[in-house]
Design a binder for this molecule. Structure first.
Ligand code: RNT
Ligand code: ZN
Length: 420
């Protein structure tokens, strides 16, 4: 079927495909730099283990080893994904060299260590989100902000404050709000003897970080919760209740962030989005695919991703209430393809949600016409969605489905396979 016919089919349902496309073109989706190098970063030994309860598996050849390689890979991704890309950096991706004063530890990071990233983003008209890096570092004892040791906490608080200054710099330079996400893997492998005091210390450490001055329009700190991590199975300091309560009690300073890999397997973030939006003006998301646990597989066009997208769209998320970022890392397949597949699938799910006659369906629900609601919802699944998706890609100047994998193979042959 051609786009013209698809457009007519949707029009019969009262859905304007061009309006849907235009709405999606304006929404930004944050691209996580850490898919490109298996979350290694540039500020410490790249062969050190990843800590904090997160893990990458696989050793597919061609990971980016330098800022230049990572930037080149990100450009390759950008050429293959539709929509507005916003960059998402971790503090560990600081660029430190002779010309900007050499190496400093994370508590001493400055905006200048991200000047090259600002140039990169500005040339490409992208905003940038940011993350302090509270893992994979000798100062994890193994805890960070919740550590019983004051020296450790102070080091990481200083890191957090430095990151607020860097986030303000990114927002000012790029003219777009910077979402600054606070996540630590603090917790314990086995049954703890005290679950309260570490949480009180964590709360106080976040208070200390957020005492650094910033404008809430420019920098939006987010608090990400988690259920458990590898090696910290029994207790997570920054649990869901902790993070939500922190954000609720500090509404003028931060917002909650939900990562859909951070809940028990039968819990769904799609349902949590409107629950939080009934109270918080804005929330943030990490979009990932948990396979049985927080495995951070590449995002697919699957049921829960579509359901999350529906809630984002129906709740006004695209118009600023929901800040969307990708968060996964697969080292077992071509990393560029992993990035592109997950980005395209998230955009796809959003477009699919935008092509839903939401007002009509809501009316059926309110009028208790549940038989018809089920039938209408089911029939939407076989609408000619692929034609509208390909039209969206074409209007964004990127390849349609079926047209981009050859370019991945070319880049692998010419660029990635040369990285020995
Ligand atoms: C870990 C969290 C966190 C990280 C990134 C690298 O479980 O999801 O968001 O994945 O900060
Ligand atoms: Zn996350």
């Amino acid at each position: 079927m051609s786009y013209t016919e698809a457009k007519e089919r949707y029009a019969e349902l009262g859905v304007d495909t061009q309006k849907a496309i235009d709405r999606l073109k304006k929404a930004s989706l944050s691209l996580h730099c850490w898919q490109g190098d298996d979350v290694r970063g540039f500020d410490t030994d790249p062969d050190k283990p990843l800590t904090g309860g997160i893990q990458t598996t696989g050793n597919y050849p061609g990971r980016a080893r330098t800022p230049e390689e990572l930037m080149s890979d990100i450009d390759e991704v950008r050429s293959l994904v539709p929509g507005r890309v916003k960059m998402n950096l971790h503090a560990s991706y600081a660029i430190m060299n002779e010309s900007n004063g050499g190496w400093v530890d994370r508590d001493r990071l400055e905006p200048k260590h991200f000047a090259a990233w600002v140039d990169f983003c500005r040339e490409r008209k992208m905003g940038c989100d940011f993350n302090p890096t509270f893992f994979s570092h000798p100062k994890c004892d193994p805890l960070t902000l919740a550590s019983p040791n004051k020296d450790t906490r102070d080091f990481w608080i200083e890191h957090g404050k430095a990151c607020i200054r860097i986030s303000s710099y990114l927002a000012k330079e790029l003219g777009e709000t910077c979402i600054m996400n606070i996540w630590t893997g603090d917790g314990s492998k086995d049954i703890p003897a005290d679950r309260l005091t570490p949480r009180e210390r964590y709360r106080e450490s976040i208070d200390a970080i957020l005492s650094e001055p910033y404008s809430f329009d420019e920098v939006k700190p987010t608090i990400e919760s988690k259920v458990f991590g590898i090696g910290v199975e029994s207790y997570t300091v920054g649990s869901s209740e902790f993070a939500l309560s922190y954000a609720a009690f500090n509404r003028d300073k931060c917002i909650p962030l939900m990562d859909n890999g951070h809940y028990h397997p039968t819990e769904v973030v799609s349902d949590k989005i409107p629950a939080l939006l009934a109270f918080f003006p804005e929330i943030a998301l990490h979009i990932t695919r948990p396979v049985r646990w927080d495995s951070d597989h590449v995002v697919l066009f699957d049921d829960e991703t579509r359901e999350i997208a529906k809630e984002i769209v129906r709740c006004g998320g695209l118009e600023g209430r929901v800040h969307m970022a990708l968060d996964y890392f697969d080292a077992s397949i071509n990393r560029i393809s992993a990035w592109v597949t997950g980005f395209r699938n998230t955009e796809k799910a959003l477009l699919y949600a935008l092509l839903t006659p939401n007002d009509d369906l809501r009316r059926l629900q309110d009028e208790s016409r549940f038989t018809e609601l089920m039938v209408r919802q089911e029939e939407l699944k076989t609408m000619p969605f692929g034609d509208v998706w390909n039209e969206y890609c074409s209007q964004c100047g990127v390849p349609a489905d079926g047209q981009w994998f050859g370019e991945i193979e070319r880049y692998e042959k010419d660029v990635l396979s040369q990285r020995k």
